[in-house]
Ligand binder design. Structure first.
Ligand code: B16
Ligand code: MG
Length: 216
């Protein structure tokens, strides 16, 4: 029996991937190379420092830890400038209606994001109060596909992993949910999110009762 829904942030509630991409692209360009939007796909759900390592490897650049930290800080400043303009209008289609159902059905909710900026983004879009628990990059040591972020969410909500349903758009996120012993709804393409228990394009028109039947 599912008692709690655990939501990823980027790509499920809001689309911040485009801002992460713009800020990383700026950094890469400053270093003398470029990254494509396709390349950016593999950074979804991956932590800030891990993302930086992937980009630097791609650009064939080796740096000291101090230099890397300085680049990550600068990227984050640029990213924060971009997300500071976000508002409730940036909530992805179907999300608000879905949360009306979630409240009606009295399902517990947690946010499970590896972003250290998760709270700030929820504040910008006016959804801070929609989650009983927020697990973000400041509370975890390991990023997805490690299940830590979702297991902590379940623990703080007082439910077992098998009572949780995770909503994820990233391959690494679906993997994290499954490794944690949870069911996962993939948001995106079936061909990409192959390990999800059920895949939907987005949350538009999604009915909770029907969804739970699909994964029973
Ligand atoms: P920050 P999620 C993730 O959020 C993003 O998908 C990923 O691209 C980003 O690198 C990561 O957060 C860290 O974000 O730099 O803000 O700490 O998908 O887990 O909600
Ligand atoms: Mg995501």
């Amino acid at each position: 029996m599912i008692k709690a829904f655990l939501f990823d942030l980027d790509g499920v509630i809001v689309d911040t991937a485009i801002y992460h991409y713009q800020a990383w692209k700026q950094m890469a360009n400053d270093l003398g190379f470029d990254i494509s939007e396709e390349f950016n796909e593999q950074l979804k759900g991956v932590s800030r420092m891990e993302s930086l390592d992937i980009i630097l490897k791609y650009g064939g650049i080796k740096l000291s830890e101090a230099e890397k930290l300085s680049l990550a800080t600068k990227k984050n400043e640029n990213y924060l400038t971009l997300v500071s303009k976000m508002s409730p209008a940036d909530i992805l289609p179907g999300v608000s209606d879905f949360f009306v159902q979630v409240r009606k059905e009295k399902i517990k909710t947690a946010l499970g994001s590896v972003s250290k900026n998760a709270k700030l983004i929820l504040e910008r879009i006016g959804m801070l109060d929609d989650f009983n628990i927020i697990i973000d990059g400041n509370k975890i040591a390991k990023g997805k596909p490690d299940p830590e972020v979702f297991l902590k969410g379940a623990e703080e909500l007082g439910v077992s992993p098998k009572e949780c349903l995770v909503f994820e758009d990233a391959v690494a996120g679906v993997e994290a949910a499954k490794v944690g012993g949870m069911k996962a709804i993939g948001i995106g393409k079936k061909e990409v999110l192959t390990k999800a228990d059920f895949v939907v394009e987005n949350l538009v028109g999604l009915n909770i009762d029907e969804l739970l039947k699909q994964i029973a």
